[in-house]
Design a protein. Structure first.
Length: 246
């Protein structure tokens, strides 16, 4: 074999090895990228505390002039009306004076997050946190511990990663929820019900309607991830009432 032939043969062998090497690198890089994606589904609510997993009656018209968040948007108001109803004049159980919440802790699922303020945007939809580590209190609702349903929302996933409320659907009746407030008090709530609803049938009246005690609603998305819309198909709502304040 001539020197030119041998040189050409070595070059072809090296080129083939390089192609194989790049192919392997490509597979490895793809595998790494896929490994970074969140493929788990958030826990499905199984303890519906008596309502059998069916949604409560649908939203009722909001009072004239009340703030609203149009239903159906998975990331604005979590697909629900954000119009708190007038509250009862008398209250049952303990309650606290108004004080902004600063942290929510869910011991049973190992979640804790600082709380930011959520208002209504220009489109009259409730804002949501812009990251996966904060929870948000809807400023149009009572503060946790006051008479009425205080609203705290957070993401279930954010940028393909589990967010602070990823395991919210795993909560059960009787689980504690602790909300630290600016005045130094901690409002402790007990879960009374956990619901999961299609976003098209969100029970706004049940979630935001008037109640005769200090109550809390934790809201996030849930269910499977719709590949076309990039959002979860359901909402998860945890209902709780104030049991202790210190």
């Amino acid at each position: 074999m001539s020197d030119d032939t041998m040189t050409r043969s070595r070059r072809l062998t090296a080129s083939a090895a390089a192609v194989v090497g790049f192919a392997v690198l490509g597979v490895g890089a793809t595998g790494f990228a896929l490994a970074q994606q969140e493929t788990r589904t958030p826990p499905t609510v199984t303890d519906h505390s008596g309502h059998g997993g069916t949604a409560a009656p649908g939203p009722s018209p909001s009072p004239s002039g009340s703030p609203t968040a149009p239903a159906g948007d998975p990331h604005s108001g979590h697909g629900a009306s954000a119009a708190p109803a007038p509250q009862y004049r008398t209250a049952q159980g303990p309650r606290l004076e108004r004080s902004r919440p600063i942290r929510v802790t869910l011991p049973e699922i190992g979640a804790s997050a600082p709380i930011i303020d959520l208002a209504l945007g220009p489109d009259r939809r409730m804002e949501v946190p812009d990251n996966g580590t904060d929870a948000g209190w809807f400023t149009g609702s009572p503060t946790p511990g006051e008479l009425g349903p205080a609203i705290i929302a957070a993401h279930v996933t954010h940028r393909s990663k589990p967010a602070v409320f990823f395991d919210l659907g795993a909560m059960r009746k009787g689980d504690p929820i602790e909300v630290t407030r600016e005045d130094g008090t901690t409002a402790t709530f007990s879960v009374t019900e956990v619901g999961q609803y299609p976003k098209s049938d969100f029970p706004s009246k049940k979630v935001y309607g008037s109640v005769d005690r200090a109550a809390l609603r934790l809201i996030t998305c849930g269910g499977v991830l719709d590949g076309e819309t990039g959002s979860h198909v359901d909402n998860v709502v945890v209902y709780a009432q104030l049991t202790e304040a210190n």
